[in-house]
Design a binder for this molecule. Structure first.
Ligand code: PMP
Length: 463
């Protein structure tokens, strides 16, 4: 069986696997051709904007957990628009809320009073434990992190911010400085007052130790780092409670408690970057930081917050938030009524449709499947995940752990041919990133596992 609307131009495997039928018929595509779209992009877009596949994939429609290309071929979207689509592509309630708002008023800024911004800020505050109840809205995760760091510096009167190696926080000046992946850093000026500590990446422990006999040295090392590399006065620590771009790195359970205590000992505040891990994706809890029993001082968000509408946010408590009164600060599109309507509807759908519980259940099933596949496929070095924030690290050799970079790239291409879109990450691009819309079904999860299993077999056979 082939995928219902498969394109004959794709090279099909011997016994193709079929993605579960979506029951949706895509609208016939009538826009510019593939060649026209590609030529336009080549001529008029910055060439640094990259494609995921060797042959660009032209996606023109989405519904639920599925995407459709220009020929109407269906793909299971296991990357969720890079972790952005929380409740499914084109969710009727989220679209409906935006259309309704668009018809009344597309834009005012926060210099006027509009109810949407306050309504959403209250709904968001209700999702946080403790006194995290004051928000600043931006358009992206990078901006949210910039704003969080600015507030932290103003509040503490210190400059130094500590990020984590293998972390990603954005592509703007300060956030690129705090990102610790050489591949994402440009030689364009030194990062300002940014240093990087050791993440809890047990599979590749930089100290060569094993948990728990290591006594969580990665976290305890931070105290030395602050003493040696800073004046001893720090503004903030920023960390993803589960690293996303870095390849779904999940620290030992004590890690963040030790790190947060150390940061506070030196006068810093703690920023949780929930751009990928938030909004129920990790299953057990709504926020990734809740897995580690810590309470951040500031939380930055974006991506899944509004199911694809451009929105970022930073939420904190009033004594930190009010530092922004010291000068004039403004974000033209931040808090606009349409994005706020999208975000509020997304939050409601997450609750109404049991999205977080689904992420937990389907994520657990996915893990079970991959742990079994790992026993048969030598390329799988490590399987890790919480809910639908899931990663599979591929290695050439389980003893040396040499990253299987080319094999991962090949696997993505083979999966695409079979109707499955995956992501990849990690410093060497050797971690499969599976972060689909959280409406994923068990049958979808089985399809993901079956396709990866089969594709690994092809690669192991030299294909
Ligand atoms: N933080 C994290 C954890 C991210 O994954 C990203 C985006 N990959 C960002 C911040 C930056 O978000 P944006 O691309 O919306 O600026």
């Amino acid at each position: 069986m082939t995928p219902p609307t498969s394109s004959p131009s794709q090279s099909a495997p011997a016994q193709p696997l079929a993605p579960p039928a979506s029951g949706y018929t895509p609208v016939p595509y009538e826009g510019p051709s593939f060649d026209e779209a590609l030529a336009l992009r080549r001529e008029h877009l910055n060439p640094g904007i990259f494609h995921l596949y060797s042959q660009p994939l032209m996606i023109v429609e989405g519904k639920g957990q599925y995407l459709y290309d220009k020929d109407g071929r269906q793909y299971l979207d296991a990357f969720g628009g890079i972790v952005t689509v929380s409740v499914g592509h084109s969710h009727p309630k989220v679209i409906g809320a935006q259309v309704e708002q668009l018809q009344k008023l597309q834009h005012t800024t926060t210099i006027y009073l509009h109810p949407n911004v306050g309504l959403y800020a209250k709904a968001l505050a209700d999702k946080f434990p403790g006194d995290l109840d004051v928000s600043y809205f931006t358009n992206s995760g990078s901006e949210a992190n910039e704003t969080a760091i600015l507030m932290a510096r103003l509040f503490t009167g210190s400059e130094t911010v500590i990020g984590l190696r293998n972390g990603y926080h954005g592509g703007t000046g300060t956030t690129m400085g705090l990102t610790a992946h050489g591949t994402w850093k440009f030689p364009a000026g030194p990062p300002q007052n940014a240093i990087h500590a050791t993440p809890g990446y047990c599979y590749r422990c930089p100290f060569g130790l094993e948990y728990p006999s290591c006594n969580v040295k990665c976290a305890r090392d931070l105290d030395d780092k602050i003493q040696y590399e800073t004046s001893g006065e720090i503004a903030a620590f920023i960390g993803e409670c589960i690293q996303g771009v870095g390849g779904v790195v999940i620290p030992p359970k004590e890690y963040f408690g030790i790190v947060y205590d150390t940061v506070r000992k030196y006068g810093g505040v703690c920023i949780a970057d929930e751009v990928q891990g938030g909004f129920g994706r990790t299953g057990e809890n709504f926020w990734a930081f809740e897995h580690w029993d810590v309470q951040p001082d500031l939380v930055s968000m974006a991506k899944g917050i509004a199911n694809g509408a451009p929105l970022g946010a930073v939420t904190t408590r009033m004594e930190i938030a009010e530092q922004m009164k010291r000068r004039i600060h403004f974000n033209t599109y931040g808090g606009n009524p349409v994005s706020m309507a999208a975000a509020k509807a997304t939050l409601e759908v997450i609750d109404e449709e049991g999205i977080q519980a689904n992420a937990k259940a389907i994520g657990a099933h996915l893990k079970e499947r991959f742990l079994e596949i790992q026993q048969r496929r030598a390329l799988i070095g490590d399987v890790r995940g919480l809910g639908l924030m899931f990663g599979v690290e591929l290695v050439k050799d389980r003893t040396t752990k040499e990253p299987a970079k080319a094999e991962t790239a090949r696997l993505l291409e083979l999966a695409r041919e079979r109707g499955l879109l995956l992501g990849k990450g990690g410093l060497w691009g050797n971690v499969l990133r599976i972060k689909p819309p959280m409406c994923l079904t068990k049958a979808d999860a089985d399809f993901i596992a079956d396709v990866v299993d089969e594709a690994l077999g092809v690669i192991e056979g030299g294909g």
